[in-house]
Design a protein around this ligand. Structure first.
Ligand code: C2E
Ligand code: CA
Ligand code: CA
Ligand code: CA
Length: 275
């Protein structure tokens, strides 16, 4: 019913307009954010579960909005994807992450999240190659994190693109594994280098039986397929111990560190054994 007899319809309409207006404003702000240098990358360390040493870090974008303060990527990435702005933003992320990782110790990798939308751009591989060359970073030090969403569109082309990147030494990670439609056949059809076990499961170990079973199954699967596994969202010592006992290769989460600015990650990397 559009009319509830008490002006409900009008209120609903005003609410819609207000939301659409706010969205349009956000979109305009987002368009200007790169030029105005409002984006920054934070880095969250990834630690080898067995040795307790750093393997590298994941780049996570931050937007310092002049009026709204810090806006979370969960809020603006979807809008950036709908408007296509993610292509420019994603290119900025790659360029900045590769440039900043250049000064890290040689054995450390930088992981960058790629949106499904970026895979629709036929220039993606050329763009990544030129960014690596420009930064002087070998492909082996870059990791690309993709989600199920990326594989759900034109799988053949996506696999071809991933294959080209992989031939350059770039590692490919399956992010948020266990959520959405991640299927076992996906792992069988493409040689992923890493599976990231979604934090919704990691958060509930070792107390929740189902989560224990899921984490254990993914760790076993990774080990038997020769794919590295990373547990995301590790917050406690108990979770870290469980993860290591299950044979996961890598730990990422607040236990080691929250995502931190570039200057701070360089300092963290001086600690030879954070865990
Ligand atoms: P994600 O790729 O799954 O990144 C992990 C998220 O979990 C990050 O949130 C991180 O700060 C958070 N996290 C890490 N450890 C813990 C923990 O121990 N406990 C809890 N509660 N949370 C933890 P963030 O930075 O807000 O990013 C959210 C999502 O936004 C990312 O999820 C990713 O999908 C997207 N995103 C972030 N940066 C980029 C980017 O540069 N490009 C694209 N396309 N997406 C990005
Ligand atoms: Ca990620
Ligand atoms: Ca994730
Ligand atoms: Ca290892």
């Amino acid at each position: 019913a559009k009319e509830d007899g008490r002006g409900g319809y009008r209120m609903f309409e005003d609410g819609m307009n207000a939301r659409m207006q706010a969205r349009r404003t956000l979109e305009l702000d987002l368009r200007r954010a790169i030029a105005r240098q409002e984006f920054e990358l934070h880095y969250q360390p990834q630690v080898d579960a067995r040795s307790g040493r750093y393997d590298g870090a994941e780049a996570l974008i931050r937007w310092h909005h002049p009026a709204h303060g810090l806006v979370s990527p969960a809020q603006f990435i979807p809008l950036a994807e709908e408007t296509g702005l993610i292509n420019a933003i994603g290119e900025w992320v790659l360029r900045t992450a590769c440039a900043e990782a250049r000064s890290w110790p040689d054995h450390l990798t930088v992981a960058v999240n790629l949106s499904p939308v970026q895979f629709r751009d036929v220039r993606l591989v050329a763009m990544i190659r030129s960014i690596l060359a420009e930064a002087g970073l070998p492909g082996s030090r870059l990791e690309i994190e993709i989600t199920e969403g990326t594989l759900m569109q034109d799988e053949e082309r996506t696999f071809a693109v991933l294959g080209e990147l992989r031939a350059d030494g770039i590692r490919i990670s399956m992010d948020d594994f266990g959520t959405g439609y991640s299927s076992l056949s996906t792992l069988h059809r493409f040689p992923f280098d890493k599976i990231k076990i979604d934090q919704s499961f990691v958060r509930r170990v070792p107390h929740d039986r189902d989560s224990v079973a899921i984490v254990r199954a993914i760790a076993t699967l990774g080990a038997s397929l020769g794919i590295k596994t990373t547990a995301e969202g590790v917050e406690t010592d108990r979770q870290a111990r469980f993860i290591a006992e299950e044979g996961c290769d890598q730990i990422q989460g607040y236990l080691v560190s929250r995502p931190v600015p570039a200057a701070r990650i360089a300092v963290l990397f001086r600690d030879p054994r954070p865990l």
